[in-house]
Design a protein around this ligand. Sequence first.
Ligand code: DAH
Length: 362
Amino acid sequence: MADNDNDLSLLKSELLATVAAATDIAALDEVRVNALGKKGRLTEQMKTLGALAPDARKERGAALNLIKDEVAQSIDARQKELAAVALRQRLERERLDVTLAPRPQAEGRVHPTSQTVDEIVAIFASMGFTVAKGPDIESDWHNFEALNFPPDHPARQMQDTFFMPPVDGKPMVLRTHTSPVQVRTMQTQKPPIRVIIPGRTFRCDSDMTHSPMFHQVEGLVIDEVTHMGHLKGCLLDFLRAFFNTPDLPLRFRPSYFPFVEPGAEVDIGCSRKGGELKLGNFGDWLEIGGCGMVHPNVLRNCGIDPEQYQGFAFGMGIERMAMLKYGIPDLRTFFEADVRWLKHYGFAPLDIPNLALTGVAP
Ligand code: DAH
């Protein structure tokens, strides 16, 4: 016990000074023990009260209690202060700057083919289509025969491709179009069917507008009521949304594809004045794909009764659509893996297709 602790006002000011001098919680705890603990300076003073005369005990006891309360309060207040300081320091130390710019996206671009597939799928998804897939190496039956191309039919000649070794005695080909996935879908799904089929396709072709490997997107709708008017409306809505051209005109030109009857080629309106291609209602026409009402033989080959069901199909070249939409002049450059080209024509990964811009309500 410090001798001069008998002087209560001195004791009080000393204790309050040590409280104020404590610069962290650990130091403050020590101050608390030294003042109020079992052997603390105030506690020791309390113990001396018993030896005093009743009046003096009463007076000193009351004074000690007041000091005890005051010191305890000041410790509590100091504790709050120190806790706030510690929190502030921690926040400062562990600072997370959420306003920091994202890492520069210098590397990596989405290829225009992938971007175009995403855009096409988003638009058709908004019209209630789902995505279907099939294999790149396809049986001759799925690629040709089921689609009403008999073995020696001249229509096969336009789709010369890479023939693969037979599997289980069945001739195999690198698929020449996405149409065999129509067959696979009809074999596995019951009508009503509404699918969109983006995928890789292969042909023996190579020049500025043809590549041995390219991509197509196929569409198929089968139910009991769908007719050619629906086909035209569906393609019109899609093409206007895809090309962001609300008055884009569409023309059906009668054409032959073995798996549709009637069949048509689809042209969109454009202008070629001055060698520059512009899409819109300008009087010139540009072919964009094929379409038609699914041939009854194809339905029958897939186990669907043509007396009950009917529907339409269409197919378009994905790179061709990307070339038109994004002004890319040479098809072959899509597959050259030239990073400078990709930097120029590619898309930032978060450049997600936005249906609000296309005018098609989701
Ligand atoms: N598969 C055809 C081709 O590659 C394109 C096509 C035409 C697809 C008419 C269709 C269609 O679904 O109905 O040349």
